[in-house]
Ligand binder design. Structure first.
Ligand SMILES: Cc1cc2nc3c(=O)[nH]c(=O)nc-3n(C[C@H](O)[C@H](O)[C@H](O)COP(=O)(O)OP(=O)(O)OC[C@H]3O[C@@H](n4cnc5c(N)ncnc54)[C@H](O)[C@@H]3O)c2cc1C
Ligand code: FES
Length: 278
């Protein structure tokens, strides 16, 4: 069992857990994820390793309550435990001194962009961070992001904090300053990552995105996380989650993300009606 040592409400429906998982913490690297199961009969869900403390043996996960399993997870408290916590999984993000990089986190994507931003900063890059959320109440980890960036730009869709606009509007302004940008890394909802890739494409700025496809086994066997990248079939769990944003077939990904929509709705409804294990 993997104990929840700390629980924090970061934003409406967005929660942080610190999990006692020394073996995962020992090997975790930026860009990797875990797959957890709440209990024996639970669904396996992938979540990014948002932070880790090797000495204390802690792994931080941040999740948005979207369906049955994440809502059930959100009901757990400090002192409770989850039965399975498998990882670290996935290929670590490619980190080197690229020069001038821009790291973009949208919504809950701020969590997975943090460890990558920190690693890029530690590798000697000049790092501009851009974080955005629907509104002020959904924004989190601003100060934490500030500690690992040379400059942090913040935006909200509704203008309730700092400025009004999407992360792509801010990215356009950064590009318009005329500085050479060597790499953009963007994590957030699929439409956001697609939009970022379309902004950088005409400038031929290398753009890495982290895909949050449907996953089941996380070992490359089941095929659930299939994605087309540059015309080739890849598996997000073993070939990713990071991919070249200019080569990802985002439209296919968005279609695939909806394939279990009816079953997901039914599972959530039953859960909310009190059938906790359905
Ligand atoms: C590598 C990776 C890292 C992720 N990191 C995070 C994270 O740090 N924080 C976070 O909030 N979310 C993250 N996700 C998404 C998270 O796994 C889903 O939100 C979660 O599985 C939803 O489960 P549910 O039962 O609550 O919702 P459901 O009702 O089952 O689904 C709601 C939506 O979530 C997505 N989803 C459902 N099942 C899965 C699945 N097994 N794998 C992936 N997506 C699924 C689908 O798009 C679906 O429409 C990540 C996904 C991947 C693949
Ligand atoms: S989750 Fe099964 S192949 Fe990737």
């Amino acid at each position: 069992m993997f104990k929840i040592l700390k629980k924090e409400n970061l934003a409406p429906s967005i929660k942080l857990f610190e999990i006692d998982a020394p073996l995962v913490a020992r090997k975790a690297q930026a860009g990797q994820f875990i797959i957890l199961k709440i209990d024996e009969k639970g669904e396996r869900i992938p979540l990014t390793i948002a932070d880790y403390d090797r000495e204390k043996g802690l792994v931080t996960i941040i999740f948005q309550e979207v369906g049955k399993t994440t809502k059930q997870l959100g009901l757990l408290n400090e002192g409770d435990a989850v039965s399975d916590f498998v990882g670290p999984l996935g290929v670590p993000s490619h980190i080197e001194n690229f020069g001038n990089v821009v790291c973009i986190g949208g919504g809950v994507g701020i969590a997975p962009i943090y460890p990558i931003t920190r690693a890029l900063k530690e590798a000697g890059n000049k790092v501009t961070g851009i974080i955005g959320a629907r509104s002020k109440e959904y924004l989190f980890w601003e100060e934490k992001m500030r500690t690992v960036t040379d400059e942090l730009l913040v935006t909200t869709d509704d203008g309730s904090y700092v400025r009004k606009g999407f992360v792509t509007d801010v990215l356009k302004e950064v590009i318009d300053r005329g500085e050479k940008i060597d790499l953009v890394v963007a994590i957030g909802p699929l439409p956001m990552m697609k939009a970022v890739a379309e902004v950088t494409r005409p400038y031929q700025i290398k753009t890495i995105v982290s895909l949050n496809s449907i996953m089941v086994d996380g070992t490359g066997m089941c095929g659930a996380c299939r994605v087309t990248v540059g015309g080739q079939t890849k598996f997000v769990c073993v070939d990713g989650p990071d991919f070249d944003g200019h080569l990802v077939d985002f439209d296919e990904q968005m279609r695939r993300a909806k394939i279990y929509q009816d079953e997901e709705k039914r599972a959530l409804l039953k859960f909310e009606e009190g059938c906790g294990r359905c």
